[in-house]
Design a protein around this ligand. Structure first.
Ligand code: SAM
Length: 482
């Protein structure tokens, strides 16, 4: 039998079933222990000390108590705290990205995914480098600067060389003022050697969803193919970090298995990365299983409603304050709005989840991975974000300036975020306004930029940002960053 050890490199030790069960038991026992809950909430509060902002975060046990508690007063205190942490660390900036599906060839048997090997009803498609160019030009023409590339697992059709060629093609495309400046990669678990190749190709974040942390559930949901190996999948982030990738993104596919178990597993995974590599996950994604070609979400046991879903987001925000949080167009406009306030810092916009979808006039459904709930264009999403009081950001500066791994945390702590991320958001938003926005969004956006420039605390930085924005608008210059 394995024992709980966050420092171990064995999946069953750092995602230890007994520890999760004990934690859930402890949480249940304490769900109405308001003295303890107040203590946990007070521990998690952001503290400002002589210009240094810190937040302690929570252990998986403490966070599990919050998630278990359903007292309305305490739940609204949790939500308020999540909103406060979000505001303190991320301000009102929301980073935008789009997924790019390269290939839906897949040799796995995942029961929730329409790309599974046995699905003979969907056409299989893999983009050529020429087709990738066309897709990326379409994405650049929308205004995107940051992509997440996605592919099924298939060593013959989608080997690492294909992924590396595609990354090079994407970074090399220079079309009008467009550029993809950061490529995040969401491909199946692989070896240290292949992670090193991805690192050398200058990827941003390596993203891999655990799908479920419950080993038994995992094995049932992944009956065949390389992904059926629970350890290999669960230990992937350690190999990615050994391969030199500093920024890794975790996620659970909510709706498959019991959410409380997943929540604890997710936080234990974050604690493990911190304990072994000295740095936690760069992002946590919160996908929920959706209807797709031969997939019916109601067939899984773990379905959760929108209130529980947003409560999970708030509790993650409180527990891991330095980790960015991502929500995709799997969710509706309404759910995304709530989730943004409670902790989400990155969203996708104008997404198509089919292979080759961006070059089609009509949204294609034949190769789609899942139904997209938020079907608005990127310009509509930008318009909406501005109306909600957010600054849409196309910033990709951090990793290009070498601010990866734990360096983002130090940026937060020293309060430099408002002198760095804030002007970067405004400069990249100006690029969007000049090159891609519709006339009404441009007017609204430029007014926001003028107003928000005044909120840059450092006078010198403010002056430089103003100058760069002038240069973007009047001299056609691009790609400034702090
Ligand atoms: N093939 C890679 C792997 O297995 O990790 C990653 C790419 S896959 C295209 C991206 C993610 O989509 C999966 O990790 C899964 O969580 C999610 N996904 C699959 N089927 C889904 C569905 N029906 N609804 C929502 N998300 C789904």
């Amino acid at each position: 039998m394995s024992t709980y050890d966050p420092k171990s490199l064995h999946a069953d030790d750092f995602i230890n079933h007994e520890e999760i069960m004990d934690t859930l038991e402890y949480a249940k026992k304490n769900k109405n222990n308001f003295a303890l809950i107040d203590e946990i909430l007070s521990k998690a509060k952001p503290v400002r000390n002589g210009g240094v902002l810190t937040c302690k975060g929570l252990t998986h046990r403490e966070a599990a108590v919050l998630l278990e508690c359903d007292d309305p007063k305490k739940v609204s205190q949790m939500i308020e705290l999540a909103e406060e942490i979000k505001q303190e660390f991320y301000g009102n900036r929301i980073v935008l990205f789009a997924p790019l599906y390269l290939s839906n060839y897949c040799v796995n048997g995942c029961l929730y995914c329409p790309y599974h090997l046995k699905n003979k009803a969907i056409p299989r498609k893999k983009l050529t480098q020429e087709e990738i160019r066309a897709e990326v030009i379409a994405l650049q023409d929308m205004g995107h600067k940051r992509l997440a590339i996605e592919a099924g697992e298939d060593p013959i059709n989608n080997p690492i060389e294909y992924i590396l060629d595609s990354i090079k093609t994407i970074y090399d495309i220079k079309h009008k003022n467009g550029a993809i400046r950061r490529i995040n990669v969401n491909i199946a678990a692989t070896s240290v050697e292949e992670y090193r190749m991805l690192r050398d190709a200058e990827i941003g974040t390596y993203i891999l969803f655990q799908e479920t942390y419950d080993r038994k559930g995992y094995e049932e949901l992944h009956p065949t193919g390389p992904k059926s190996n629970y350890e290999y999948h669960t230990e992937a982030m350690d190999r990615a970090m050994q391969g030199g990738i500093d920024d890794v993104g975790l996620g659970v596919l909510f709706g498959l298995e019991k959410y409380k178990y997943e929540f604890v597993g997710l936080l234990m995974h974050a604690e493990h990365l911190e304990a072994v590599h000295g740095v936690g996950p760069h992002t946590i994604s919160v996908p929920r299983v959706k209807k797709a070609d031969d997939i019916d979400p109601s067939e899984f046991e773990g379905g959760i409603d929108d209130d529980i879903f947003t409560k999970i987001i708030a509790c993650i925000r409180i527990a891991v304050p330095y980790t960015g949080m991502i929500i995709s167009t799997r969710e509706s406009e309404e759910v995304r709005k709530k989730a943004l306030a409670m902790g989400i810092s990155q969203i996708s916009g104008g997404s198509r989840t089919s292979v080759g979808g961006y070059t089609e006039d009509e949204r294609p459904h034949d190769t789609e991975q899942f139904d997209v709930s938020d079907q608005r264009s990127l310009d509509e999403v930008i318009d909406w974000l501005i109306d909600l009081g957010y600054i849409p950001s196309f910033c990709t500066a951090c990793y290009r300036e070498g601010r990866t791994g734990d360096r983002f945390m130090s940026l937060c702590k020293t309060g430099q975020i408002s002198n760095c991320c804030h002007p970067n958001a405004l400069m990249t938003l100006t690029e969007y306004m000049m090159d891609y926005a519709s006339p009404s969004v441009k007017e609204k956006g430029m007014a926001l930029i003028r107003k928000e420039l005044e909120n840059i605390p450092n006078v010198q930085v403010r002056g430089v940002a103003k100058l760069h924005i002038e240069e973007i608008m009047k001299a056609g210059k691009r790609d400034f960053r702090f």
